[in-house]
Design a protein around this ligand. Structure first.
Ligand code: ADP
Length: 313
């Protein structure tokens, strides 16, 4: 057998049948996923879908209740200290000491991991250069913009050369240009062979990842490359707003044999030849129609099709 391609590469992180509950409330209901080296993996889901719970389990901040998480071959339940050496974590809440400089913050992180002297200087210089922070290294963190602070957090998370980088909602609170710059840095890390997992509730952010897992109510409801997930939706998605959605739905079923999806007042159809279908719909529905909208399939369409619900963040 020819050993080629990323699928042959062993996962840095594998999650198997993970469940988690808070008292009576079931937050995760059997999650499985694999994260491979050199890939940016986005965990996308609306608020309350279970992303933070999974993130905290991966970060070893919550004990595993059921299932297994292996990171770098170590079992998080039995070897949490070894797992922590394998992971770099950037939380949403800032972890910087704002009174210290960029260099000092990174040195403090080094002290936690036993990285000192020449090794610290070399690693820190390389990261500061990579993250475009060299000219800010002497600044106190309190004077930095949100985007620069997030990049210092990233430098801290990467200092001990983790194999898996975990980022919790990394773009939250950043302006568009800071987001782009952070994203470039994340992709560069992945280019060096690091596996990156990030959580997000932003559809357009997830679209930039190599792989996505979409979560809803504690389960993964779709997984794959963004382009593959969209391709499953056909060529286009038609959204119809009708005067009486139930009547329009029934006409479409009876006259055209279609099985549309209802979402509140909208009727949605995934179609292979949208340009041919729109005139047919106009003809068939006549005055029932208020508007017909044709769009290229998005990740939101994937979510709606799989769950029957809107992606409310
Ligand atoms: P997300 O990060 O996608 O918003 P969470 O993992 O934070 O999702 O939450 C998943 C579900 O678990 C939600 O219904 C949330 O209300 C619930 N939950 C989260 N943390 C706790 C907690 N500490 N105690 C009780 N319920 C919680």
């Amino acid at each position: 057998m020819i050993n080629s391609g990323l699928h042959e590469q062993q996962a840095v992180c594998s999650v198997r049948n993970v469940h988690h509950h808070y008292g009576e409330h079931q937050a995760l209901r059997g999650v499985d996923l694999d994260i491979r080296p050199g890939r940016v993996f986005a965990l996308l889901g609306p608020n309350g879908s279970g992303k933070t719970t999974l993130f905290r389990l991966l970060s070893t901040l919550l004990p595993i209740q059921q299932g297994q998480i292996l990171i770098g071959g170590f079992d998080s339940a039995r070897q949490p200290l070894s797992v922590r050496e394998q992971i770099g974590i950037v939380f949403q809440a800032p972890s910087l000491d704002m009174k210290l400089t960029v260099d000092e913050n990174i040195a403090c992180q080094g002290a936690l991991y036993g990285i000192h002297g020449t090794e610290l200087r070399q690693r820190r210089d390389a990261l500061l250069e990579q993250l475009d922070l060299l000219d800010r290294r002497g600044d106190r963190c309190q004077v930095l913009s949100g985007g620069l602070k997030r990049r210092v957090e990233l430098a801290k998370g990467m200092l001990h050369h983790p194999r898996l980088l975990l980022l919790d909602e990394p773009s939250t609170g950043l302006d568009p240009s800071a987001r782009l710059k952070l994203w470039d840095a994340i992709q560069e890390m992945a280019g060096q062979g690091i596996a990156v997992l990030l959580t997000t509730h932003l559809l357009e952010e997830a679209d930039k990842a190599d792989e996505i897992a979409i979560m809803s109510q504690g389960k993964l409801i779709a997984e794959g490359a963004p382009s593959d997930l969209r391709a499953e939706m056909g060529e286009g998605v038609i959204t119809i707003v009708a005067n009486d959605p139930a009547r329009a739905e029934s006409i479409l079923q009876k006259a055209l044999g279609l099985t549309p999806q209802r979402l509140h007042h909208q009727i949605r159809l995934k179609v292979e030849s949208p340009e041919k279908m729109v005139p047919v719909l106009v003809e068939t529905l006549g005055d029932e129609v208020q508007s017909i909208n044709l769009g290229r399939p998005s990740l939101e369409d994937v979510f709606i099709t799989r769950t029957g619900e809107a992606f409310n963040t």
